[in-house]
Design a protein around this ligand. Sequence first.
Ligand SMILES: Cc1cc2nc3c(=O)[nH]c(=O)nc-3n(C[C@H](O)[C@H](O)[C@H](O)COP(=O)(O)OP(=O)(O)OC[C@H]3O[C@@H](n4cnc5c(N)ncnc54)[C@H](O)[C@@H]3O)c2cc1C
Length: 354
Amino acid sequence: MVSYQRGMIEASSASSRGPLARSCGRPICQDRSACRRESSAECCAIPTPRKSCLRPPGGRGGVVASGNFTALPGTTTGTEPSRGMRRLDNLTPPRKLALTAIIDSDYLIVGAGGMGLAFADEIVTQTSASVTIVDRNHRPGGHWNDAYPFVRLHQASACYGVNSTPLGRHSIDPVGWNKGCYELASGSEVVAYFDQVMRQRFLPSGRVKYLPMSEYLGDGRVVSRGNGNEYEIRAQKIVDATYINVAVPSQRPPRFTLAAGVACAAPNSLPKLAPEYRHFVVIGSGKTGIDSCLFLLEHGVAPANITWVMPNDAWLFDRFTVNPGRHFTAIITAGRGEVLRAALAANSTDDFFR
Ligand SMILES: Cc1cc2nc3c(=O)[nH]c(=O)nc-3n(C[C@H](O)[C@H](O)[C@H](O)COP(=O)(O)OP(=O)(O)OC[C@H]3O[C@@H](n4cnc5c(N)ncnc54)[C@H](O)[C@@H]3O)c2cc1C
């Protein structure tokens, strides 16, 4: 989370939320009147980009209200979910909807994020089975659709994505903070890549049915978020690819109370909002928090004007020592050797990490 002089942007790291909580999927509010119209917490959790909207008359900063997720009947929100397949099986049966179609499929995959797509890719490549993929988003890519605009992979593109289709050009960055290391795909590149995998590999195979904008209700039942049509998927196996339960800050309200006058936003708003403020508080010490600090520094905000709230110290590997490929073999070997030498020399776990 990042906070402005009297406001915040949430950058706390990816986290769990209640299973199958419905997100509104609406973009950031554009003005105060629009914000008032929205009943979704996800819109209201993000301050509007206009100064006038953020600042109450005569004051500095503004208040961003948090609210409640709307949830489908029988689902939970905001609490730590139980993990694994049981979560999908244990859903309270949904209210009766008009059944539009029955779809027979060998596999039903719930979730078209990185995990669901990697699984589908293996099935399409290694078997002749049919697959139905259901996701509430309008396009594949999972949480990457909701990520902040300056996000990039933290690892080389070559190590990410599905097995059949390389991501990126396997080139070494000639400039920037990643200079000398293999390219890191941006969030938009990741989304475009997954979209391509769906449209150019899965769908042409003739064995994959893709139901975007569709909510899985449990018990093989799926409802379209577009037209309300309901489908029954008769599958041999149901694969819960929502298991990790990622919720990036833009997908949920902040998990703390905001004092009056504090403007709080997810890092998604940072490029638009940053010029309006001088002081920032970044809350969260994971990749999102680090990226938010780097974004501000890169754009000239003085370190003294950034307060970083770090719940934990993070242990990071120097990316230079974990790049893939022959070019980095000697460096990787030396890097791993250093870690092993430190482990051997340590008296205790604490000593090792010191
Ligand atoms: C900012 C950020 C950066 C990251 N960078 C990296 C990186 O560089 N390298 C790396 O390896 N990993 C990275 N990760 C980890 C990342 O989470 C995984 O790589 C991966 O994208 C997670 O995919 P997933 O399919 O498990 O989850 P998600 O992307 O969350 O996909 C789950 C999907 O399930 C859908 N869904 C959930 N419930 C339902 C339902 N009831 N009905 C229909 N659809 C439903 C959701 O709409 C969503 O599309 C990063 C994570 C974050 C947050």
